[in-house]
Design a protein around this ligand. Structure first.
Ligand SMILES: C[S@@+](CC[C@H](N)C(=O)[O-])C[C@H]1O[C@@H](n2cnc3c(N)ncnc32)[C@H](O)[C@@H]1O
Length: 203
């Protein structure tokens, strides 16, 4: 599969390597290698100009999306870790996309609540703490423009969502998946990409 996808560019490759060598215990948080080209593809497909991301980590998904934005496009990304996002800032600067990306270090629920209420977001990527997915969804859906695309990662939670006794993050994702399925404001599909990926289009 990777051999038939667009290859990572040198900065993306460096970011994968740096994440694995300098943060080996948490490197698994990084999006899977096939997700960067997919996110870039979706940015170009939708013609997105205004993107909001929840969960920056070391910045690979933000980098992939920012590189696919048109020159006047912007990406707001939310995280709580200065330590992890330091690597993101370095990579974005190396790739020359730092002017397109705004990183806010604060609990993402606060960052999203402070955004304008009007529907102006073209694309959103949710990839952070699972217990807050419903909160992120509720903050983002009204702010998405009609036809805007929401992309949500880890909707399988490594299989935890099919455990009838699920607790913690798995229970949170289970509840989230049910909410998305029942949400008439969107048309959604769940895909077996990496750890499960939901795509939802605001109708
Ligand atoms: C799975 S990682 C994101 C991976 C990233 N999208 C990438 O491409 O590598 C999840 C991130 O969510 C962040 N996070 C956790 N709780 C958060 C919160 N309440 N608000 C904002 N970010 C949070 C973590 O610090 C972590 O960097």
């Amino acid at each position: 599969m990777l051999g038939h996808n667009p290859p990572l560019d040198p900065v993306q490759r460096m970011l994968v390597d740096v994440t694995h060598t300098q943060l080996p215990l948490v490197a698994g948080k990084q999006v899977a290698e096939e997700q960067g080209p997919l996110l870039a593809f979706l940015v170009r497909l939708t013609g997105a100009r205004r993107i909001v991301e929840v969960g920056t980590f070391t910045g690979l998904s933000a980098l992939s999306m920012a590189q696919a934005l048109p020159p006047d496009g912007t990406l707001l990304t939310c995280d709580v870790s200065e330590e992890w996002t330091k690597h993101a800032r370095e990579a974005w600067a190396k790739a020359g996309v730092e002017d397109k990306i705004e990183l806010r270090i604060a609990p993402a629920l606060e960052t999203l609540a402070a955004l304008p209420a009007e529907p102006s977001i073209d694309m959103a990527f949710i990839d952070a703490d699972k217990e807050n997915y419903v909160g992120y969804w509720d903050a983002l859906v009204p702010r998405m423009r009609q036809g805007g695309l929401l992309v949500v990662d880890n909707v399988f939670l490594h299989g935890g969502v099919i455990d009838p006794e699920a607790t913690g993050p798995a229970a949170a994702i289970k509840e989230f998946n049910e909410r998305v399925k029942a949400d008439e404001r969107v048309e959604s599909v769940m895909l077996a990409v990496a750890d499960g990926l939901t795509l939802a289009r605001k109708v």
